[in-house]
Design a protein around this ligand. Structure first.
Ligand code: AMP
Length: 434
């Protein structure tokens, strides 16, 4: 029988790698708390029309990348991104009635049926945030600066910010006309895909990496020329705040991104190109001032971003971390296991991480396991130690060993590991076994 494998483009994260995930997720949660964002958790499955309405029907995601199915006549989709679900929840729970400004963040899996490659998967994780109720431009700049700081925290020093403004939907329509007027006479020079896009979604042609399209697009008008006075004032406001913060950025007039819901500020942050190649966009974000009203809510402005966690992991690559426990309790003989469990509980209550080996294997095998678990100390208990209420404490680095009472053993290991504050047991003192 063929062994079953995970679905293509959907990866396991084994315990050896999960420590790195936790480090990045922890750093993100810390940055979010510093900026007063609170976590929102929305379902992985949403009604399909939510994505059609918000992302736009002529986008790559909706056209060809969604995992959609019908269940009991209800069209459902595995979420391909987090903003639509967050906005749906914001409207559904009338959150605007409770607070004028909401700062939300999320982390979790997203699903897109894309062609898998390094940094591009079918199940991937995003860390993202949304601000509802603040029209900007200061919070737009805060978000960008916060991300640059976060990347620095996790060891990505070369992040590069690109920003643009998409104006209002009216601006965009005006610009689409100008773009189509420019591209139509040059249609023959475009790639097949872009020729099709000319009718349905001409802005996407600006995103094309096909060298033929890149050449044609070089001379195309930019959206900046179609912005109205308010859009320009907003954009200048964002730049002014970024300048004051000392955050480097580049205005990229051809940045459009693939989703329909954006208005005004749009940004991407790239980095670690040496590791990620062309797929070096770590985060994409922008303002979506119309979405809440379009979902049936009040007119509330909003801005958000999403960063791909797999890309951040590749970008901040460090040597894989091995397992590391403070203490390893080795047992010899029948009476040792219950005694060892109590000893291990005392160690954990003193804040020490530890593992107990009660497999009845030889001391040599247990010490080998202690070393591979990264333990600094092995605490050995056999029949004699149980009878005397003591423990052999072996310092695995120094290769020294001493016999101590159980209480002294815990105190000594805690002090030498540097964690000698004891935590209280949950309900009363532990029952002494010996
Ligand atoms: P988007 O939601 O398309 O704006 O993407 C935001 C970020 O999510 C990107 O910059 C990537 O870091 C990440 N991302 C998007 N699609 C994928 C994917 N298929 N696999 C891995 N990461 C992705």
């Amino acid at each position: 029988m063929n062994p079953l494998r995970a679905v293509k483009g959907m990866n396991d994260v084994l315990p050896g790698e999960s420590a790195r995930w936790q480090r990045i997720e922890g750093a993100f949660a810390r940055v979010m708390a510093l900026h007063s964002f609170r976590e929102v958790r929305t379902p992985f499955v949403e009604p399909t029309p939510l994505f059609m309405r918000t992302l736009g029907e002529a986008t790559d995601i909706v056209e060809k990348e969604m995992y959609s199915f019908v269940h009991h006549d209800e069209p459902l989709t595995l979420r391909p991104e987090g903003t639509a679900g967050a906005a749906r929840a914001y409207v559904q729970h009338a959150v605007n009635n409770r607070e004028p400004v909401s700062r939300w963040y999320y982390m979790g899996p997203m699903f897109r049926a894309e062609r898998p490659q390094r940094g591009r998967y079918r199940q991937f994780s995003q860390a993202g945030a949304e601000i509802f109720g603040d029209p900007g431009p200061a919070c737009d700049a805060e978000m960008i600066d916060m991300l640059v700081g976060f990347f620095h925290d996790i060891g990505i020093a070369d992040s590069r910010v690109e920003i643009n403004s998409l104006g209002t939907p009216g601006t965009r329509d005006k610009y689409k006309e100008a773009l189509v007027a420019y591209l139509t006479p040059k249609m023959e020079a475009l790639s097949d895909e872009s020729r099709q896009r000319l009718e349905v979604n001409p802005l996407r042609i600006l995103d094309s990496k096909n060298p033929r399209d890149v050449e044609v697009v070089k001379g195309a008008p930019t959206i900046q020329g179609s912005l109205d006075a308010d859009d320009i004032a907003h954009f200048k406001g964002v730049c002014r705040c970024l300048d004051a913060l000392g955050t480097q950025y580049k205005v990229e007039p051809r940045l459009v991104r693939g989703l329909d819901y954006y208005t005004r500020t749009l940004f991407e942050i790239k980095g670690a190109t040496d590791k990620l190649g062309a797929g070096d966009t770590l985060v994409g974000g922008g303002r979506y001032d119309r979405m809440i009203a379009e979902l049936g809510g009040p007119s509330v402005p909003a801005i958000g971003f999403a960063a791909g966690l797999e890309r951040l992991l590749i970008a901040s690559e460090t040597a894989p971390e091995g397992q590391k426990v403070d203490a390893f309790v080795a047992t010899l003989g029948e009476a040792a296991a219950p005694y060892a469990l109590t000893l291990a509980r005392d160690l954990r209550r003193a804040g020490l991480t530890c593992e107990v080996d009660a497999r009845k294997s030889s001391l040599k095998a247990q010490l080998r396991r202690a070393n591979s678990a990264g333990a600094r100390f092995a605490l050995i208990v056999g029949d004699v130690e149980v009878a005397e209420g003591c423990v052999q404490v072996k310092d695995l680095a120094a290769q020294s060993q001493e016999k101590l009472s159980r209480r002294d053993a815990v105190a000594s290991v805690a002090a030498r590991v540097g964690r000698d504050g004891t935590s209280k047991p949950p309900d009363g003192p532990p029952k002494e076994l010996s």
